[in-house]
Design a protein around this ligand. Structure first.
Ligand code: URA
Length: 242
């Protein structure tokens, strides 16, 4: 792999930034100052130090994104901006993809990775991974709706697994509710369809968590960061190579 590509893949900076670092004599390869971006290196064996820090090649990348509305959960699209367009070049080079989908008008937590085994495990219906959403609803949600969610709502031929509905606020004058919903599945438009089955409509939907991962309040809409060591450790429950 080329040295500049390796540095970008390690998240050190953009292609032009890492070229500048190399020119400024901030990069050594196996103890030798390296001035050529084009140098072919062995990413697993060579010792690369950039600005005094040794870089280790990461096979898998993990991104926590606060997905904004208007962006689709896909890797490419002819009409819309995708979540991949919001990430860095390393994510695109390493073919990172979203773990599951959020609708175009849903915002909040989205995990992206190139670890297929992890994605498969987190999306497997057998693993019952909790997904928690906050929703603004047109209509007043009731205790009867809470009961319906608990029993498992029927949607066109399928019955959803029991889900949790917590009513946070009810504005009787405006006729709206703020609720928190936790589901264990990921059926198409599931939350919107469950709310519709109660005769109400989702006005705004935000995902707060997925399994052990929680939306980082420091991330503005459209911002991302790599997973922390402890978040990564929390994914060990899925029993796959991380
Ligand atoms: N349920 C929905 O209806 N939409 C989403 O984006 C996620 C869950």
């Amino acid at each position: 792999m080329r040295l500049d590509k390796f540095l970008v893949a390690c998240g050190v900076g953009s292609r032009s930034q890492v070229k500048t670092m190399i020119k400024k004599k901030q990069v050594t390869v196996n103890g030798k100052l390296e001035m050529s971006s084009k140098l072919q290196i062995n990413e697993y064996e060579d010792k690369i130090i950039c600005q005094g820090r040794e870089l280790l090649y990461e096979k898998y990348l993990y991104y926590l994104l606060n997905k904004p509305q208007g962006v689709i959960s896909a890797t490419e699209d002819n009409h819309h901006k995708t979540v991949l367009d919001l990430l860095d070049q390393a994510a695109r080079d390493k073919e990172v993809f979203p773990v599951g989908r959020l609708d175009i008008d849903t915002h909040g937590l989205l995990l992206l990775t190139n670890n297929g085994a992890l994605a498969h495990a987190m999306l497997s219906p057998k693993k019952h991974v909790n997904k928690t959403y906050r929703a603004n609803i047109a209509g007043l949600m009731t205790d009867q709706d809470v009961q319906l969610f608990e029993e498992g709502i029927a949607l066109e031929g399928i019955t959803c697994q029991p889900a949790q509905l917590v009513i946070l606020e009810r504005d009787e004058e405006a006729g709206t509710s703020l609720v928190q919903i936790t589901i264990k599945e990921g059926k198409f438009h599931q939350v919107k369809r469950m709310v519709a089955a109660c005769g109400k409509k989702v006005l705004d939907l935000q995902r707060l968590s997925m399994g052990p991962l929680i939306l980082d309040k420091e991330l503005a809409l459209g911002q991302w960061r790599r997973l922390t060591e402890s978040e990564l450790a929390s994914l060990q429950v899925f029993d796959v190579e991380l």
